[in-house]
Structures are given as C-alpha cells and as structure tokens.
Design a protein around this ligand. Structure first.
Ligand code: GLC
Length: 721
C-alpha cells in the first residue's frame, strides 16, 4: 500500500537527491569531530560527497544533543526538500550506562532483562540524538578464536532467537517507535559467525540446510519481531558475498521472511565486492549490491559515485533506486522525522535519561545475573567481609571493564574491582603482580607473594583487555597470558585458597586457571557496575546464577566446539574408551572444560527424576514433563532448568541434543520447586533436505538439567507415533 506523502515526495526528488538518500557517511562530513570510526576510510571518496552533502540520507557514529540539533538544523536549511538526516550508531550493550557485553548478558538466561537493557540503552541514546542502533548482532558463534563472539549471545539457535526478539522489542518499544526508542538493525545477515578458522572477515561456506537449521533462526526471530533494518555481512555465503547475493537478500530475506524494511550494507562491504572478486570495479559493485537489494551504502561511496552513470548507461533501472529511497523515507516517517526532525530532542533533559539511578541499578542487576560461577571447591565462596584478602593482578585495578563496542561508555567513570572490594573488606591489600599483560616482573611477583602470604584468601584477577575481543581481534590461541599463569603458580605455592576472577570477552583456555584456583568467577566485561556486582557475589549478598551460552574448550585445538553437535558414525561415547577407530583426538579429550549451559550456584541445587505424563505423542497431543529441583542450602537461589530433545532417527543427521525450552526461577533455601515443560510436535520439527520444517515420527530422548553435559541431565525416552 503506497504512502501518498512519501510517494509525492519521491516524485519531486531529483536523481541526485534520490541517490543521496542511499548514501551513509560518518559525522566528519558534517563537521563533527568525535564520531566513531569503525572501518577503513577511502579519502579519495570524499570528493563525491562535497557537492552532495545536503542530499545525504544518514550519518553513523555521532551523538550528543547539541551536536545533533546543530547538524540537523544546518542540514535542513540547505536540503531543498527538507528531508531530515537519520542518525545511526552501534548501541550494542548500552550508550553511556554500559551493561555487560552481550555474551555476558546471554549468560543471565533472562530475556526480560535483555529487553530492559535494550530499552534503557535506547532511552539514553535517543536522548542524545540517535534514531537507529546497529543491534542486535544475531550471529550464531562456535569459535572463540573470532573476537566478535563477545557481541553475540552464543551457540544455540533457540536461545539466540529468544534474545534477538528481546533486543528488538526493547529497542523499538511496542507498536510504534516513539522518541524514547530506536529502530533496531539485525546483523550481520548472514552467517558471519562461521568465518573459517575464526579468522576475521574470512570465508564462510556451509550447506543451505545447515544455514537454515542453525544460523537463520535468530535473524528470522528479529525480523518477525519487526526489526526495521537488516545489515548485510562482509562474508560470502553459498559462494557469493552476501552484500551482492540476490538469493540471500531477495529470495530468503525479502520473500521468505517477508522483510520490507531497510537493508544497509556493512562498512564498505559494497566496495569489498571487488576484493572478493565478484565485481571488477565500483560500478559493477554498486550495480550488484543494488540489484541484490541493498538500500543504504555504508561508507563505500559506490552508490554516490556510480549510480548516475549506471542509470545514464541503462545498466540499472531507476525503479531499483526509487524502491530503495521509498523504504528509507518510510523508515524516516515511521520514526516521526517528518513531523519532528529532532524527535523531541530540543525539550529533552539529557540528565533525566542518562546515568539515572534506575539505569545504574539495572546495570548492576544485569552484571550480577551475567556473572558465572565456574568452580567453587569446598564452598570457598562466598567470603566473609572479616576475612583477610590479598587482591592480586593488574586488571584488579583497571577501569577497563566495559568491553568493546561500548560506544560513549566512559572507562574512567567505571569503578575498579579494587575500589569495590576495598569498600567491602576490612582487611584487604592489593598488588599488581605484573607490569602489563605481556611482561613478567619477578620483583613484582615476589611483592605480590609477600603480601598474599599474610592474608587468608587470595583473589586473583586474570583475563584480557577490552580491545582483545570485538571486531578485528581474532586469536590463534586462547590461552591465558603466560605472565598471569606464572604469577598464579607462584601464588598457589602458598597453599592458600585462590579465587580467580576472569575478565574476558570470549571463552578462553582455562585449564591452568582451573588447576590452580579453588574458585572461579567469570565476570566477562561486566560494564559500568560490574565491579560492584562482583563484590556482591564474592561476599554472598548475591547468589550467582549465570550459565554460559558458549562452550569453553580445553584448548584451541578443539574449536569449533559446541554442545549441539552431530553424533558421527563413530562417536566417542565413553571418555575412557581406548578403542582406536573412534571420533576423538590422540592428545585431548573431546569434551570441553565447561559446557554450554554450565554455571554453579552457592545453593548447590539438586535435581530430581524427570517424569512425563505419557511416553507417546501424537498429532494434536502433547507430553507434560516435570522435574523437581531441591535447594538444600541456607541460601535462596535462582535455578535455571534447561530442556533438551534428541531425535534418534531422522531424514538428516540431528544434534545429540537441542535446547527446546528453559525456565529460570527462585528456589527458596531448604525448599523444592517443580519445573515443567509441555512438549508438542513443533518441538520435534527440523529442516529436511528439501528445506522444509516438519517433524517425523520416531523415537526421541527428552533431557532436563542444569547444563548440556550428560552428567547434569535426567533423561527419558518417548515416541512420536
Ligand atoms: C563495523 C561492523 C558493524 C558495525 C558497522 C558500523 O564494521 O562490522 O557491526 O555496525 O561497522 O560501525
């Protein structure tokens, strides 16, 4: 159904004005100096913008109430048809109040929390002039060598889909996107998380069957949640870079998923069609991308430099440009820009939106729910505030707790772990223990050992710096830095209980940490209130409930490693089997150090027997399954029961288990609680070789428990007749 306002506006536009709407640039083209630069810039391209700057459609990476108002005011004075600029940015896990990185947020198993975090992020960003966020990143990930796992929600299609929906609903709000919400951009469509060898921007290749089974669901969930934009990924898929791939963008995204919003390229991904080898020059790249369906060119300048020639030489049809412009103008109208180009900015009081008590409290809650207790031998944790503690490790005194993609997050406003713990413990001392993450100092190590010797407990802080995760930060190894391990070993010689706090944006090889630590808390990059959250967990004011959503391998050689793998024809069913011809390694076990869904609680929950009201499911029937969780401790705690299904015989190979449902709820100290799951045929559906989704009759295994490890699951077999 055509919108008359937009249709009339489109009819008045010149070709230059139309092409301008398709171009996105950074803020420096409008005199802004503080904008985020998140990719390579071709200075030659600037000449194309000079004469067209007041035809440009959108800007990325700048914000700030005054700056946005000034730029928009000046722009509208020069824009012939008064078409407002659209301001977009990477609000990935907060704007100024920074929440845990998405891989940490995902460990909360709390979709409502994710929605609240997205809502709070949108409110802050909108109050400083942003209208669109380049989030959620819905890429399924299985390889910690890839730095961008920190932006994802992990390795499970079902959980990623729930989170993608929650992010979109939080950013966009209910029906219309009001002035306190943002349009969401689901990215990176599609399959970017499967880069070969975890190497950034590397080739992605997989069967369409696997793509549809495992990678497509989360993008689909975001589109179904009405995400207004989709960002194309840098990578190839099915042999053609997605940014120029008609099948992916037209047949799957536009037609099959009925996406009618705006498709935006990633930074220069149109220009990179030349590097991929599917376009000889910028003209061909622009033509390929426009025909594939990319509406906005982010920073390749191919559209603004090539489309006029392509029209003149009749290599492309003006309709393609008109349809793209129509979608962009529709988005601007949906955001209310034609009614108020400032989206209420002029009357907004920034301080009533940014760093409010509510948002800081939410940041602390999110951090507390994201932190994962990986080990707690002999109930080392929680500590008593009267205990004497030695805090050791350079990161313990670092403000660098926000993680990558923390946009306007101000590190210096972030409390350090040391500051938070010093406010809790009466007898606490600190030693850096080493100069930096890369070099070791025997003198500093000895100093650390000397102070630790006098204390009862050692809290050791290890891990990474923010910029060692995120874009363009692939690693060939995921071991903890040598100097951190050397220091840990020296501390372990004291024979005192060691609690290791891990600050990281990606799964790491924790085999050495595990060997020398009595307890391990995985903090991720916990955000603005992360240190206070950690302190509350260490002292027991908060009972940890986080569970990892991405497998932690024993070593990098196991990657990619994930729980929902196929059985193979020669499965290693018994870890200790010495039979030769099995799917295993000569130099490592198959199982990970910490499996998907793993995370401990101070409550030491116990799980009862899984029961079902029937072992048979038919058309229009269901099975009601239940399991009891006991909390034998004196501490109330949140328990998360995960429900997995295995299809024992299907038309295609099926994972050894797949997450189908989960429930997180409080189980009071000394009490028990029943967790239930009603299974219906939709839970048995899967993608067949003909790409269609439907269930097959046959035998299945239902499993319920506290992680994807068989050791943590209670199982029962049932049949679909
Ligand atoms: C980057 C990233 C993308 C981001 C965009 C704009 O290259 O790939 O995730 O949204 O550029 O900053």
């Amino acid at each position: 159904m055509l919108d008359n306002f937009i249709d009339n506006l489109l009819k008045q536009m010149t070709l230059d004005e139309k092409i301008g709407q398709l171009q996105q640039v950074t803020g420096d083209f409008f005199g802004s100096s503080g904008g985020a630069i998140t990719g390579p810039i071709d200075d030659q391209a600037k000449k194309y913008i000079k004469d067209n700057v007041y035809n440009i459609g959108s800007v990325l990476g700048i914000s700030g109430k005054k700056e946005i108002i000034d730029i928009q005011k000046n722009f509208l004075q020069h824009s012939r048809l008064k078409i407002p600029l659209l301001f977009m940015a990477d609000i990935i896990h907060g704007y100024k109040t920074i929440f845990p990185i998405p891989l940490g947020l995902a460990a909360s198993w709390d979709p409502k929390l994710i929605k609240d975090v997205a809502q709070a992020s949108a409110d802050e960003a909108a109050a400083e002039g942003i209208s669109v966020t380049f989030s959620p990143m819905a890429d399924l990930v299985r390889d910690p060598r890839w730095g961008r796992v920190m932006e994802s929600t992990g390795e499970d299609p079902f959980l990623n889909s729930i989170y993608a929906k929650a992010f979109v609903e939080g950013y966009q709000g209910k029906d219309r996107i009001d002035n306190n919400h943002l349009a969401a951009t689901v990215k990176h469509f599609a399959g970017y998380g499967a880069v070969e060898a975890g190497r950034e921007y590397n080739t992605v290749d997989m069967s369409e069957w696997r793509f549809r089974s495992e990678y497509l669901p989360s993008y689909k969930a975001a589109v179904e949640a009405k995400a207004q934009l989709v960002m194309t990924s840098f990578n190839t898929l099915f042999g053609i870079p997605v940014t120029g791939n008609r099948y992916i963008l037209q047949d799957i995204l536009r037609k099959e998923l009925s996406f009618d919003g705006v498709i935006i390229s990633d930074w220069n991904s149109i220009g990179e069609l030349i590097d991929h080898g599917v376009a000889e020059n910028m003209g061909q790249a622009a033509s390929l991308a426009l025909k594939a369906g990319v509406d906005i060119d982010m920073m390749s300048f191919s559209y603004i430099s090539q489309l006029e020639n392509l029209i003149d030489s009749k290599k492309i049809n003006i309709d393609l440009i008109d349809h793209a412009v129509y979608r962009i103008l529709s988005l601007k109208k949906k955001l209310g820009l034609f009614d108020d180009p400032f989206r209420g900015l002029e009357t907004k009081k920034v301080n009533s939106h940014v760093f409010t008590d509510e948002k800081l409290a939410l940041a602390q809650k999110a951090a507390e729910e994201s932190i994962v207790l990986l080990k707690n031998d002999d109930k080392t944790l929680p500590l008593n505030i009267d205990d004497s503690v030695a805090l050791v490790g350079d990161i313990g005194d670092s403000h660098d707790l926000l993680g990558s993609w923390s946009f306007k997050g101000d590190k210096l406003s972030v409390k350090t772990i040391k500051e938070s713990l010093y406010s809790k413990f009466k007898k606490i001392v600190f030693a850096k223990g080493y100069k930096t993450a890369s070099d070791f100092s025997s003198k500093m190590a000895e100093e650390a050992v000397a102070i630790a010797k006098k204390q009862k407990y050692i809290i050791f802080v290890a891990g990474l710096e923010s910029e060692q995760s995120g874009e363009a930060s692939s690693l060939t190894d995921i071991k903890i830095a040598d100097n951190q391990i050397r220091l840990l070993k020296k501390l372990a010689e004291l024979g005192k209980p060691i609690i290791t706090l891990l600050v990281t944006g990606r799964p790491l090889d924790l085999t050495e940490i595990q060997k020398y630590s009595n307890a391990i808390l995985l903090a991720w990059f916990p955000g603005t209130k992360g240190a206070d959250a950690l302190a509350k967990i260490i002292t027991g004011e908060t009972n940890p409930s986080g569970k990892i959503t991405m497998t932690f391998p024993r070593n990098v050689g196991q990657t990619p490693i994930y729980y929902n793998h196929f059985n193979t024809g020669r499965p290693l069913l018994d870890k200790n089997a010495d039979e030769k011809y099995l799917s295993k390694y000569l130099d490592s076990p198959n199982d990970p150090l910490y499996p998907f869904g793993f995370g401990l609680s101070y409550s030491n929950f116990k799980i009862g027997q899984l029961t079902v009201d029937s072992k048979e499911i038919k058309e229009n029937s269901s099975i009601l399954a239940s399991i009891i969780v006991h909390n034998p401790s004196k501490l109330d705690g949140d328990a998360t029961v995960q429900w997995y299904i295995r299809d024992l015989s299907a038309e295609v190979v099926r994972p050894v288990k797949e997450l189908k449902f989960f429930e997180k709820k409080l189980v009071k100290a000394g009490s028990s609680s029943k967790f239930i799951f009603r299974i219906d045929l939709s839970d048995l559906s899967y993608v067949h070789s003909n790409k269609k989704m439907y269930p097959d009759k046959g035998k299945f295994i239902l499993a319920a428990g506290f992680s994807s490890s068989d050791d943590d699951l209670s199982c029962v077999e049932f049949i679909y007749k």
